[in-house]
Write a protein that binds this ligand. Structure first.
Ligand code: GLN
Length: 486
């Protein structure tokens, strides 16, 4: 096995025993990057020098006996998270040359734990999309099938993990952007509870929905990464002052006593591919065999989730993206005319079509006369969706469902049809609207050789239950051992 194929916990063991150095590990991953990146296009920026410098620093720390689970581990970061002195584009021409003057809190935490940051991964522009085809720079390919999407919007992170171009990565999830690409690329991804992880330094898309979370090769790594980035941050007013549990410790608990909820509406969805449906049902059976009990639950407002999300997220985005005005920072198209002309030209050229569509939708939904009909109504239905989950979690501990209605679709298949693209978010957006944690764990490979993920959702701040359910399941299947051939 080559070093780049290691999981974080395997590499940590070798580093701890001083059988490898972080520099060797980092060089192996960088070599791997050079040999496969041409086919995948997962990264927007790679900083070899910075990474090797951090690796040498980690080796020094280890030699002095200072080692955390992430010391010396080479990781990738979605390009929506600010990294000091390392270009952060958000997949947008608007921020093509943006060099953040500060680190996001999650980055400070990774650096404090001695992790090595390799670079920044490709994404849909401002995290708006489900396929990574909305990037202002390039499209990323799915390592399992190069003519297919990796999922979005954290497609670069998921593809980089699946293709072993990093040991783990961070993504962000506003409506499914960690879970969907994790599902399509056959890796593990988690959107934590809203408030679990600081959003300070995460470029805002829809602030009431955005969360940063891990993308990893297995569930243990997911628990390790989550532990490293979680915790209260006074710099983020929505972060919750709550102790961070030992996520790894909960993995080894068994599943007896765990009640699994099966949301009947999710399986009645007409867009659900029968192969995905079968894969999820088989996974549920496996989890029951492992000792969990099941109960059918109802999330009756699910049918409104896509409509609600596509009012709320664009509304918040239209407000958040007002800051890109050609004055404060980012791209500027100077004209011969007045300020207004400069503003119009800057935003017309700097933003891509999907971002403009969201700004138009959001501005419309928030405008006087329409606010009550759209934004207020959507917020009211959002409360009903939250109520659905509240009721469901009185009867179960974890909800199991598909992540996406189909396995990865072909590149180009849905780019011209935004509505169909939006419908692929049906199973993931409710968790963001309700602020609950959700994760994707590989559960099957389709007849066409494409990975399928199982979604687990839990009540607020019950990530441990999701992790232990996923861990027990992972141990009981051999899906994890299947790898893309690239
Ligand atoms: N696909 C959803 C959207 O386009 C979710 C994106 C995300 O989670 N960042 O808004």
């Amino acid at each position: 096995m080559s070093y780049f194929e290691l999981t974080i916990h395997e590499a940590h063991e070798l580093l701890r025993k001083r059988e490898i150095s972080s520099e060797e590990l980092t060089r192996a991953v960088l070599d791997r990057f050079r040999s496969v990146e041409e086919k995948i296009d997962a990264y927007l920026t790679v900083s070899e020098e910075m990474a090797l410098e951090q690796a040498r620093k980690a080796d020094k720390a280890i030699s002095e006996g200072n080692i955390t689970p992430l010391t010396g581990i080479p990781l990738a970061v979605k390009d929506v998270i600010c990294t000091r002195g390392l270009r952060t584009t958000c997949g947008s021409r608007m921020l093509e040359n943006f060099m953040p003057p500060y680190d996001a809190t999650v980055i400070s935490k990774l650096k404090q734990s001695g992790a090595v940051i390799l670079g920044k991964t490709n994404m849909d522009e401002f995290a708006m999309g489900s396929s990574t085809e909305n990037s202002g720079f390039k499209t990323t390919s799915n390592p399992w099938a190069l003519n297919r999407i990796p999922g979005g919007s954290s497609g670069g992170s998921a593809a980089a993990v699946a293709a072993h171009m990093c040991l783990g990565a961070l993504g962000s999830d506003t409506g499914g952007s960690i879970r969907q690409p994790a599902s399509h690329c056959g890796v593990v991804g988690m959107k934590p509870t809203y408030g679990r992880v600081s959003r300070y330094g995460l470029v805002a898309f829809a602030s009431s929905l955005d969360q940063i979370g891990p993308v990893s090769k297995d569930v243990t790594d997911c628990a390790m990464l989550l532990g490293a980035i979680s915790g209260y941050d006074p710099k983020d007013s929505t972060s919750v002052p709550r102790e961070v549990p030992d996520f790894e410790a909960s993995l080894t608990e068994g599943l007896s006593g765990v009640k699994v909820g099966i949301p009947k509406e999710y399986f009645e969805n007409e867009g659900l591919d029968p192969e995905v449906s079968d894969a999820i049902c088989n996974a549920i059976h496996r989890i029951v065999e492992l000792g969990a009990g099941t109960v059918e639950i109802s999330l009756p407002h699910t049918k409104y989730a896509v409509a609600v999300y596509y009012i709320i997220a664009p509304s918040e985005a239209s407000s958040n993206l007002a800051r890109y005005d050609g004055v404060k920072y980012g791209f500027r198209k100077a004209g011969t005319g007045d300020y207004l002309e400069m503003y119009k030209k800057t935003r017309s050229e700097g933003f891509g079509p999907e971002v403009k569509r969201r700004i138009l939708l959001g501005t419309y939904a928030l405008s006087a006369g329409y606010y009550d009909a759209y934004y207020r109504k959507a917020s009211q239905v959002r409360t009903l969706l939250m109520h659905d989950f509240k009721q469901a979690f009185q009867r179960c501990d974890v909800i199991l469902s598909p992540v996406a209605p189909t396995p990865a679709f072909k590149l180009g298949e849905k780019v011209d049809d935004p509505l169909t693209m939006y419908l692929s978010d049906i199973f993931t957006i409710s968790a963001n609207l309700a602020g609950i944690p959700g994760m994707s764990v590989p559960c099957a490979v389709s007849s066409q050789g494409l990975p399928i993920g199982l979604q687990l959702m839990g009540n607020h701040f019950t990530e441990e239950i999701l992790l232990k359910t996923a861990f027990n399941f992972e141990k009981a299947t051999d899906v994890k051992r299947l790898k893309p051939e690239i």
